[in-house]
Design a protein. Structure first.
Ligand code: ATP
Ligand code: MG
Length: 226
């Protein structure tokens, strides 16, 4: 559980699973209901982290090995948490983040073959107590996700992570499902093969369940005065 008063929701899963699409739709729905919402993404989301994002996604850091990449992801996450996410949560904002710590566990930890103890230490330092209240894992066969991602970016070259083997992407899918199984309090798995609107309705209901009811969200005059 996070110690902050906002709500922190992360969107996780493989390439093309619909994370960005669903985050945008959820933000629109929550704003239409009057909530204060901040959308952000990883790697990046703060000035320092966006500088590191380019190094990571261009593949410039690949030559230095997966440990170096994992440390750079953690450095970016730390900046993002301290500069953007924690302050927003402290203001009572709903923070929606496109990828967060589970992507590091999966991409660098599982398919990068880094030792668990090393990854746990990096995660602890990077998140520094800011754990998502809810993580939505978008699940679909890797072949469908990659096809969607490629169609979307037909004119762009695949990034450092998209170009890896299908087998690697399937292993990541399993790793995300393992995370969800190990931490059912935090994680919800959503079947991402369905139509966009159907998924959006499920995502909204998952998040609305965590929000105070309308009649509780406005403190009474007596509470404000005290
Ligand atoms: N439920 C869906 N059914 C069919 N197509 C979808 C669905 N959700 C998203 N798409 C399409 O698939 C593509 C990838 O979606 P999106 O960018 O949201 O995925 P992502 O998980 O953010 O991918 P990445 O990890 O590459 O950032 C987009 O073109 C989007 O319009
Ligand atoms: Mg995306």
């Amino acid at each position: 559980m996070s110690l902050t008063k906002g709500l922190f929701v992360t969107f996780e899963g493989g390439e093309g699973a619909g994370k960005s699409t669903q985050m945008r739709l959820l933000a629109d729905s929550l704003r239409a209901r009057g909530h204060d919402v901040l959308t952000t993404r990883e790697p990046g989301g703060s000035t320092g982290a966006e500088a590191v994002r380019h190094v990571l996604l261009s593949g410039a850091a690949e030559a230095y090995g997966v440990r170096m990449e994992a440390i750079l992801f953690a450095a970016a996450r730390s900046d993002h948490v301290e500069q953007v996410i924690r302050p927003a949560l402290e203001r009572g904002t709903i923070v929606l983040c496109d990828r967060f710590m589970d992507s590091s566990r999966v991409y660098q930890g599982i398919t990068g073959n880094l030792e668990q103890g090393f990854m746990e230490t990096l995660e602890r330092v990077a998140v520094n107590g800011v754990i998502p209240d809810r993580t939505i894992i978008f699940d679909l066969p890797a072949v469908i996700g990659l096809e969607r991602a490629r169609r979307r970016a037909a004119d762009e070259r695949p990034d450092r992570f998209e170009k890896e083997q299908l087998e690697t992407h399937e292993k990541r899918r399993e790793a995300f499902l393992d995370i969800a199984e190990a931490d059912p309090e935090r994680c919800s798995v959503v079947d991402a093969t369905r139509p966009v609107d159907e998924i959006a309705a499920e995502v909204l209901s998952l998040v609305e369940a965590l929000l105070p009811r309308e009649d509780e969200s406005h403190p009474s005059t007596a509470e404000v005065a005290s």
